[in-house]
Write a new protein. Structure first.
Ligand code: FAD
Length: 621
């Protein structure tokens, strides 16, 4: 068949197919809508914002102001960010002769972002920020990530850099950099990863030399640096981990340096180009518009002076990892919000498709023609699973932000709230990002074959979401962190008290007369008992130095923890307001998804021996 004819046949086939789908040209109408009311409800009645507002612990923030900010952040996400997600995916960021060009329309989008003041939402007031609580930040981040993960990750890193500089840098550095970073006039990056040093930062090799004038020269290669180079801003501020010549080995010998792309003159204007450049950008599965850069420091090819990128120390020499952790903890919760943002967008898309697409007969449908697929129990199961997991993950993440806000308040509760934030951060990061991918995958399934076709956008959500369980510490590393560092907090009491609180929700549920909750109370109570048993088992393993046994169960434990906590938070939401499907969703979660926790507990307490024994099956044949 000649090429032209073959093409025409395909076009016609495609056209007929779309007409029969009953949804031709409707993809744009299925654009993301920010679930502002649900987000506000979760913040206020599940995470605890309402009681904070009542007690005025967050300054003069009022409920109306919260609603107004969320509404406007949601509008920006839906009307400004989301419409550019597709072009960002198709065009991607491009590197030519050291210059990275962002997709069409993205630079203007970033300009509107700054103009709207969004970059400074939580930034320090002293440097032009609005100083709003982390709870509002994560809620807004969720919506921006629903709009486009590839866009939201850039400012996320800038905000993390702001926090690290504010906490650890000298007053001079703060005076030069903070205002520009808070406003978004300059963006920040986080440079940890090297080819031989990913999860294990002990292996880090980038080096720093003292110059004697208070500055340092940085040499080395960093890979996978998000927004390492781009055309959004005229300067980029890199936070770089490197070793001094006399540094002790391992993570105790790592220092943190601020390395700007352009040096800054005393009057704040941009001076000479620093010796740092982007050598390549990665071709990747998703988030195509987020430039993932290989950065070269100090090879003499970019700067104007002698080789070596000029850097300034942040914090103390050899204490850089602790400073970087300020940025990383912030970024871990923020990456969790990427998972939730994608999950919400995927759920909305799938629900809209399922209401339109018609196939087969359904008991509950008596209308003309084939039934909309949303009438089929299996499709409803998928959609409800998507919605329930998304809301459970949202509740955990917002509760983590609530703890972060309280840990910053002066007073006696600081240690408790810091431990709570520490406990929930790895859970929020890992569970939310797993949910992001799982829900996006279910979204593709609901669309059937059209889910696999790029045009619907379901496939992009799946591709984009896959990175979130990997970066900012893989989810495996989060699980190890939860088990080995967070379970022992306060001699193991903090986590047990938290589990006690979850049990309290199950009791409230049991004594409530709210309708529609089915067996939720008894199932949640049983899941809490199982979580308690798994936690005590892991704490015993750690106490008896049976580390491998504890590590074998770390990932299933994190999942068990998150499903149990998620169920309790959905119950809390149902108790606050059983209407709007909240009681029904809590019951669905308890009766359809929570059953996994019993099996996960068995894996945690009894899976290690088999894991060890089966390792021989991995030997090369
Ligand atoms: C798109 C993208 C953007 C990124 N952005 C940045 C950025 O801005 N800045 C930056 O510094 N880095 C960035 N990274 C790097 C990212 O953080 C790392 O890829 C990640 O930390 C994992 O490191 P790795 O790739 O070397 O994998 P590895 O560390 O080699 O891990 C491979 C596997 O082994 C597992 N593993 C490793 N160690 C252990 C252990 N001790 N116990 C159990 N399991 C283990 C991991 O969980 C993983 O499953 C980015 C990566 C990508 C792909």
């Amino acid at each position: 068949m000649p090429k032209q004819v073959e093409f025409d046949v395909n076009v016609k086939r495609n056209y007929r197919f779309r007409a029969e789908l009953h949804c031709s040209n409707r993809w744009e109408e299925r654009m993301y809508r920010a679930p502002v009311d649900e987000i506000a409800f979760t913040l206020k009645h599940v995470a605890g914002l309402s009681s904070d507002l009542d007690q005025h612990v967050l300054g003069d923030l009022s409920s109306d102001l919260v609603d107004a900010i969320l509404a406007e952040a949601g509008r920006f996400a839906a009307e400004e960010v989301a419409p550019l997600a597709r072009i960002g995916d198709q065009t991607g960021a491009r590197l030519e002769q050291g210059v990275v060009t962002m997709p069409p329309g993205w630079k203007a989008l970033y300009a509107r972002w700054i103009e709207g003041g969004w970059n400074g939402l939580t930034g320090p007031v002293e440097f032009g920020g609005q100083g709003l609580p982390a709870m509002l930040h994560v809620a807004a981040l969720e919506m921006w990530n629903s709009g486009s993960m590839a866009f939201a990750i850039g400012p996320t890193l800038t905000m993390g850099a702001v926090e690290a500089i504010e906490k650890h840098a000298s007053d001079e550095l703060k005076a030069i950099y903070l205002e520009k970073l808070v406003s978004g006039a300059w963006m920040g990056t986080m440079n940890l990863t090297e080819p031989q040093a990913g999860s294990d930062l002990n292996a880090l090799r980038a080096r720093a030399e003292r110059t004697g004038d208070g500055t340092y020269r940085i040499f080395g290669q960093k890979i996978f640096i998000t927004y390492g180079e781009h055309d959004f801003t005229d300067n980029i501020v890199h936070l770089v981990l490197a070793r001094l010549p006399d540094a002790p080995p391992g993570t105790r010998g790592i220092s943190l340096f601020l390395v700007p792309k352009f040096l800054v003159r005393p009057d704040g204007s941009l001076g000479a180009r620093n010796d740092v450049h982007c050598a390549s950008i990665e071709h990747k599965l998703g988030i195509h518009a987020s430039p993932t850069c290989t950065m070269i420091y100090g090879d003499g090819s970019a700067g104007e002076g002698p080789a070596g990128a000029v850097g300034w120390l942040v914090g103390e020499e050899n204490r850089g990892l602790a400073c970087m952790f300020t940025m990383m903890n912030n970024a871990r919760l923020a990456v969790g919000m990427q998972g939730i943002g994608v999950a919400e967008a995927a759920t909305q898309k799938a629900i809209a498709f399922a209401a339109e697409r018609r196939q087969g007969k359904a008991t509950g449908y008596s209308g003309p023609g084939m039934a909309p697929i949303v009438q089929h129990p299996d499709i409803r199961r998928m959609l409800l699973t998507m919605q329930a997991l998304t809301r459970a993950a949202r509740s955990i993440a917002y509760s983590c932000a609530h703890a972060t806000d309280h840990a910053r308040l002066p007073g006696t509760g600081q240690r408790f709230w810091q431990e709570r934030a520490n406990l929930l951060t790895p859970v929020a990061k890992a569970f939310s990002t797993d949910v992001g991918f799982d829900v996006a995958s279910l979204g593709v399934q609901v669309h059937g074959g059209m889910g696999y076709i790029e045009e619907t956008g379901a496939a992009q959500l799946l591709r984009d979401s896959r990175i979130a369980p990997i970066y900012e510490g893989t989810n495996g590393i989060q699980a190890i962190d939860l088990v080995t560092r967070k379970l022992p907090q306060s001699d193991g009491r903090h986590v047990l008290d938290y589990i006690g609180e979850l049990g309290g929700v199950a009791k409230d549920l049991a004594s409530s007369d709210a309708p529609g909750l089915g067996r939720s109370a008894s199932l949640i109570a049983a899941a809490v008992d199982d979580l308690s048993a798994a936690t005590l088992f892991l704490q015993k393993c750690l106490a008896e130095s049976r580390l491998d046994e504890a590590l074998a169960g770390a990932t299933p434990y994190l999942r068990q923890f998150a499903l149990t906590a998620g169920a309790a938070y959905l119950a809390k939401a149902a108790l606050a307001d059983a209407a709007g499907g909240r009681a029904a969703l809590c019951r669905f979660f308890a009766e359809n998804l929570l059953g996994d926790t019993a099996a996960l507990k068995e894996t945690v307490v009894g899976g290690a021996d088999a894991l060890e024994a089966a390792a021989s099956a991995l030997l090369p044949v």
